[in-house]
Unconditional design. Structure first.
Length: 198
């Protein structure tokens, strides 16, 4: 067994915006597994896709910084910002492993993503070299048989949190109070910057 200094879970998302659901999952995963840290990897805007309501990369990263202050085991990451687009998870995993050879990296995903994991680019290569930690989600479809008992796939009985960034954005647009759904610093930042109002 190689000697790794830290066992790190990578939690990918657009975090548009990051909400308490993301924090509940990340904190539960790091406190109830053998992971030492969770890195919240902010996914950059794909230049090949229509922009829609996705905030600029640096604003979403700023909000992840604000939301994770005070969580020693949860760190923001902009590792994907400098990778060529469109980017695939396997490329990020390879890049980050080369950049930090002393760390062991793992992929974190919701069960909804596990159901479509067989469609991911080079998913076999991901499972050859990385462990996958799965948290429960309410979603349609079934997990493929090849993933149900896979030695590299670990299920963590995290709380099921049905809060979405889409719901947060729509509520702001419709002038609803969403304070309980965001950390106070993220709420203040969105309010000050006037985000998601239109």
């Amino acid at each position: 067994m190689e000697n790794f200094r830290k066992n790190i879970g990578l939690y990918f998302g657009t975090f548009n915006p990051i909400h308490i659901g993301h924090l509940i999952i990340a904190n539960h995963m790091v406190e109830n597994s053998d992971l030492d840290e969770i890195w919240m990897v902010v996914t950059p805007h794909n230049p090949f896709k229509k922009k829609s309501s996705l905030l600029d990369n640096h604003h979403r990263l700023d909000m992840v910084y604000l939301a994770t202050e005070g969580y020693d085991k949860i760190q923001p990451s902009d590792i994907e910002f400098n990778l060529p687009q469109p980017n695939y998870t396997i490329n990020t995993l390879t890049h980050i492993s080369e950049k930090h050879p002393n760390y062991k990296f793992n992929l974190i995903m919701g069960e909804d993503n596990l159901k479509s994991f067989h469609k991911w680019r080079n998913y076999e290569a991901i499972l050859d070299d990385y462990n996958v930690y799965v948290y429960p989600r309410i979603s349609e479809g079934v997990v493929e048989n090849q993933f149900t008992e896979h030695l590299k796939i670990h299920r963590v009985a995290a709380p099921i949190v049905e809060i979405s960034s889409t719901m947060v954005r729509n509520s702001i647009k419709n002038e609803k109070n969403i304070q309980p759904l965001l950390s106070s610093k993220v709420f203040d930042y969105i309010d000050k910057m006037n985000f998601y109002r239109k």
